[in-house]
Ligand binder design. Structure first.
Ligand code: OSB
Ligand code: MG
Length: 373
């Protein structure tokens, strides 16, 4: 049984090296909620992928803080968990709030593996010791600026580039990027910015893209299924896949031929593994998305992406692509093979610089998990 003494919440703010612009807005800083679970013999860390505002999802740092403090910790205090795999059932009375749940589950996985003395990736059945990297490039002020950014990343050795697109920042941009970089592995992400029937969507077929990610509204599986039949580019869903239920539905409907898995979006690592397996049974490849995580969340993503059906390059870049200074060490570095190696240590394999967390932290909360008598 996992015995728990306390759960601590920290909110830190890290300045991004470059503002990250998507079709739904711009992030200059990453406000991050970190969860620390304290056991008898070890501690575990998890990162919540919620942002400061409800743009990518309805969850925010503050809603996750609230849900963890007021609803998850009371359940955890009374729980008897054999493994973190028991956690989704424990929190199932709480509807929604996948990112809040996932953050606590992540910390439990780290703690559990550290107590066992095993690396997380081995515990979950990973099959590789390095994962293929990729870089996600936000919308830029101009096409020349974008070309400069792409060139920089290609020179650093990133084997795949993902471009954020939206109506008006799409075809001309792709023509320019393909002219300059005819060979690079390229894919696009619309973050729900298009309307069904937009003739531009068929144009994406001209650019030899690995995939087109989430063109339509996150609730609209039917229009994605229709588009999937009309274009030759592989259609990938991100925001639409909020749980294994949605994944099964999307696969049955033919709404995608690839899935972007983010453990935070789907409610945790256990649910992410379930979606991985569902897709694998149907011959549908998956890859690991990113949420501009610190080293804590990145380490979990790296472990997840070692599973066998992660068959496409992941949005897992080196630490220096995001932040000047991270809160976890050692930093993730890009190899000459365009991969990110899995850190060898137990749990998620990185250590948190708690001094730095406390320096960067605004509120800090410690909640005892020993039963109240
Ligand atoms: O849609 O994949 C997305 C970042 C924040 C919110 C949504 C998305 C993203 C990214 C970043 O694309 C990927 C990364 O972490 O490198
Ligand atoms: Mg996306």
């Amino acid at each position: 049984m996992i015995s728990l003494e306390a759960l601590e919440l920290f909110v830190v703010e890290l300045v991004l090296k470059h503002p990250f612009r998507t079709s739904f807005g711009e992030e200059r800083k990453r406000k991050v909620l970190l969860v620390k679970v304290i056991g008898e013999k070890a501690v575990g860390w998890g990162e919540c992928v919620a942002s400061s505002g409800p743009w990518y999802s309805y969850e925010t740092v503050d809603t996750a803080f609230h849900v963890i403090r007021d609803f998850i910790t009371p359940l955890l205090r009374e729980a008897r968990l054999e493994t973190p795999r028991d956690f989704p059932a424990l929190v199932s009375p709480i509807r929604g709030h996948p990112m809040a749940k996932a953050a606590v589950e992540a910390a439990l996985w780290d703690l559990y593996c550290r107590i066992k003395g095993v690396p997380l990736w081995r515990e979950i059945g990973g099959v590789r010791e390095e994962v293929t990297s990729g870089v996600s490039i936000g919308i830029q002020a101009s096409v020349p600026e974008l070309l400069e950014r792409v060139r920089g990343f290609v020179e650093q050795g990133y084997p795949r580039v993902k471009l954020k697109v939206k109506p008006g920042w799409d075809i001309a941009v792709l023509e320019a990027v393909r002219r300059e970089f005819p060979e690079i592995k390229l894919q696009v992400d619309a973050n729900c910015a298009y309307r069904p029937g937009d003739p531009v969507l068929k144009e994406f077929d001209r650019f030899d893209l690995l995939l087109l990610e989430q063109p339509f509204h996150y609730e609209d599986l039917l229009e994605h299924a229709r588009l999937a039949r009309e274009i030759s580019t592989r259609l990938c869903l991100d925001e639409s896949i909020g749980s294994p239920y949605r994944a099964r539905e999307a696969l049955e409907l033919g709404a995608c031929s690839v899935i972007n898995i983010k453990q935070g979006r789907v409610g945790g690592l256990t649910a992410a593994m379930e979606i991985h397996d569902l897709a694998r049974e149907r011959g549908i490849p998956v890859w690991c998305g990113g949420m501009l995580e610190t080293g804590v969340g990145r380490a979990l993503n790296v472990a997840l992406a070692t599973l066998p059906n992660f068959a496409l390059p992941n949005d897992i870049s080196a630490t220096d692509r995001y932040f000047h200074e991270d809160i976890a060490y050692p930093p993730f570095l890009l190899t000459p093979r365009g991969t990110i190696p899995v850190p060898p240590g137990p749990g998620i394999g990185v250590e948190v610089d708690e001094e730095r967390v406390r320096r960067a932290a605004a509120p800090h909360l410690s909640i005892p998990l020993t039963p109240v008598r």
